[in-house]
Design a protein around this ligand. Sequence first.
Ligand SMILES: [Zn+2]
Length: 362
Amino acid sequence: MWTIQCARCRRMDTYHPTQWRCTCGGPWEPPRPIPFDHRAIRPYQPGIWRYTELWPFGQDPITLGEGWTPMIPLSSIDPRLWAKLDYVMPTGSYKDRGTATGLNALREMGVDQVMDDSSGNAGASLAAYAARAGLQATLFAPAHASPGKKAQMHAMGARLIEVPGPRAQATAALLQALETGGIYASHVYNPFVLLGLAAAAWEIWEQLGQAPDAVITPLGHGMLFLGLFLGFEALQAAGYIDQLPRLYGVQAAACAPLAHAFAADLETPSPAEEGNTIAEGVRIPSPPRGREILQAARTTRGAILAVQESEIRIAQEALARQGLFVEPTGALAMTVWPRIARETDRIIVLMLTGSGLKSLHN
Ligand SMILES: [Zn+2]
């Protein structure tokens, strides 16, 4: 029986897999701050499982070796700039930390079939971990998702349901299917996904030997952004860092509900137009955790920014010339660092989230 809390109305409850959100409609999150103690780190365990003592599950986890991704300096571009290579993951995207913790939690609760909706990377990740765990996965993906991502899901034995129309239609189709049963192993609503993503902050802190001044991430559903926030919050609450790194989220201007809400000083984002963008992973017009993302950006003195398609292409090419081959979504952090660098002389970390092999035809 694991305690969770509603991010909206703050109600505490015990988690049950069929209650994928609070009765108020708010998303669940782990009780905060997440307790952190460096003496609980198990450095001989692979990837994120070095932090397993900090979690209520995972003593004998299903794992593909996710996490502890490389951190490299981009000193030929700028001495303050570092990249966290989160595309160096078992399924080629940052999703694997959260899928691993989310799925292990559900599995320990006896779940044997899972469903999710995804533009591609989360679905590919869930397909892989479900295959590894021997669970059946059903995935609702927009028909316009990258062929490479759909091939990944197929190859690993997931049942793939392609939904025509905008990304939001895939979610609608899943919710309709859920009415006749099934477990929504949502990479957005499952609170245990956030525990895994918080490990990205702990990895950065351990690998640098300090907290950076700023971390920049692509921003769609904002799960990595929130995971980093919870992870650094845990380090601060335990007295390991004095100040939270400023968190910056980057959206494609074609679909930027959070950047608009941040600029307009709103508490909650309004649904945006789902415009076409090469950064398909952040094409999320109505992010369920939008309110919490805006709070986290303001609490850390960061920001949420929107960029044009041409800027994304330029950033992707600049990273490729450093030997870093990422998909367009994975290049978003690279687009804005010069703006942020004007305000600091300390370390800035770019989260590079998805492999270029995912989107060869985009
Ligand atoms: Zn609630």
